[in-house]
Design a protein around this ligand. Structure first.
Ligand code: SF4
Length: 328
């Protein structure tokens, strides 16, 4: 059985300009001990999905429809107290920007210990001991526990955020672009550390990123998001070796490859649509090189390309055939 099963999740934000359709009927699952990569451009709805899982969608946002079943129970129908017991304890989140995720007027040790005291039934002395242990696991010595966030570099701050997220040995970790705010040299170290700790604690993870390189190294399955929908979904092999959706093909075409010689990279033309005015039919049609009239009128359903590999495109068979020809 899956640890987390999301079905038909829809989240919107009523605003004066209109309804912002941030997440539009997504379904996905995360198995025990496995990592799902949630990939897409800025504004695709990835972070809103993670906040929805924790029931932390900021106001005026609303979860309009769907279910988020964790260990067999729907988080959306739980009492707030029950959700508070799970949040930060069984399901925790590593936020994108360590500069804003930490409290500037609390020492890092107190911030980690606070999470342990809130969720684990233990004394202050025990919480202090566990705090020192978890900081040591992320490479921060006990002598730094009394320091404040501003006394740490960006990479070290992100280690504190990771320690806070792992403090209660969560079952599921939501890692929201955990390396985006860091220098390239530090990114690899932090990702390696997250993967090692995840393996040690047997934690499942949803890794939110726009970096397909990180996905290749860390994920077991992948969901490609566009305009609040999952447009392609499958195992790492399905997505990397049997890429089918024109948007996913565009994402791969926009990154340099050491194996394929090209004169120019091929970025996806245009921009992500305005979530208040989503295009009719297939949301990707204004940017899609394969689009025709049908695409502008009729929204494609998710087709099963192979067992477990889903693609939301009317012409996935044609697209695949064309790609195979181009790669010969
Ligand atoms: Fe492109 Fe049409 Fe497929 Fe959408 S349905 S991805 S517009 S070919």
């Amino acid at each position: 059985m899956s640890l987390l099963e999301i079905k038909d999740l829809t989240i919107h934000f009523p605003t004066e300009e209109g309804d912002v359709r941030a997440v539009n009927g997504i379904s996905l699952s995360v198995e025990e001990g496995k990592t799902l990569g949630l990939v897409g451009e800025t504004g695709a709805g990835k972070t809103t999905t993670a906040l929805g899982i924790l029931r932390l969608v900021p106001e005026p946002g609303e979860i309009e429809n769907g279910s988020i079943v964790y260990k067999g129970k729907d988080i959306l129908s739980m009492q707030e107290k029950e959700v508070q017991d799970i949040r930060g304890n069984e399901i925790s989140m590593i936020f994108q920007d360590p500069m804003t995720a930490l409290n500037p007027v609390m020492t890092v040790g107190d911030q980690v210990a606070e999470v342990i005291l809130r969720h684990q039934n233990c004394s202050k002395t025990e919480a202090q001991k566990r705090m020192v242990d978890i900081l040591a696991k992320v490479g921060i010595g006990a002598d730094r526990a009394g320091d404040y966030p501003h006394q740490f570099s960006g990479g070290m701050k992100q280690r504190v955020v990771i320690a806070t997220a792992l403090a209660c040995n969560p079952k599921l970790l939501l890692a929201d672009e955990p390396t985006t705010a860091l220098d390239v040299t530090i990114q690899a170290q932090v990702m390696e550390m997250i993967n090692e700790l995840k393996a040690e604690f047997q934690t499942s993870m949803i890794l939110i990123t726009h970096d397909l390189g990180i996905v290749a190294e860390s994920c077991d399955s992948v969901a490609i998001m566009y305009a609040g929908q999952i447009v392609e979904y499958g195992s790492l092999e399905d997505i990397f070796d049997h890429t089918t959706h024109p948007y996913t093909i565009g994402l791969f075409g926009s990154i340099p490859s050491l194996e394929k010689k090209v004169h120019r990279l091929q970025p996806i033309s245009g921009l992500m649509p305005d979530p208040v005015n989503l295009p009719t039919g297939c949301c990707f049609h204004p940017r899609c090189p394969y689009a025709d009239e049908r695409c502008a009128q009729e929204a494609p359903a998710a087709a099963e390309v192979s067992p477990g590999h889903l693609c939301r495109c009317h012409y996935w068979e044609t697209v695949r055939g064309k790609e195979a020809e181009d790669n010969v």
